[in-house]
Design a binder for this molecule. Structure first.
Ligand code: HEM
Length: 119
């Protein structure tokens, strides 16, 4: 499983979603979803793309079961956090946001461990 390639495909996909939301906010002059926009762009686009480029630059990082687990944890936690934030920002449920955020932190910590272990 080529996790670098998957990360690099997901990054720009989130960028399109984040930009569309940004344009929507500008058109409606309603900025309640600004934190969602910022997180989609920074966690969705920036983190996925940087993870993918890092794995491409140091392919030895990607050749482990840990890298596959890290990918799924981070890739699944991103939409969980984003959908959760959508509801939380309107005063709704918080649990999906909390679970998604914890998943992202675990994914980031695993990536940090992978980098320190192999580079
Ligand atoms: C089509 C492209 C984009 C549009 C139309 C757009 C639009 C917006 C708008 C309207 C705001 C709210 C500004 C305010 O109320 O002060 C905002 C905030 C923000 N955007 Fe974007 N954006 C775009 C792309 C991006 C990208 C690519 C990133 C990051 C990679 C990004 C990161 C942020 C962040 C972090 C904030 C919050 C800034 C703050 O807290 O002051 N945006 N954007």
């Amino acid at each position: 499983m080529d996790v670098a390639r998957l990360y690099i495909k997901l990054g720009p996909t989130w960028l399109v979603v984040g930009m569309a939301l940004g344009i929507g906010m500008g058109m409606t002059k309603s900025f309640a979803f600004m934190p969602l926009h910022a997180h989609i762009n920074l966690v969705g686009f920036a983190c996925h793309t940087l993870f993918g480029l890092t794995l491409r630059q140091w392919p030895e990082l990607a050749r482990s079961a840990l890298a596959v687990a890290q990918f799924w944890i981070f890739a699944i936690s991103t939409p969980v956090m984003a959908v959760g934030l959508y509801f939380t920002l309107q005063g709704g449920v918080e649990l999906p946001t909390i679970l998604g955020s914890m998943g992202l932190l675990i994914g980031a910590a695993l990536f940090c461990f992978m980098v320190w272990r192999r580079i």
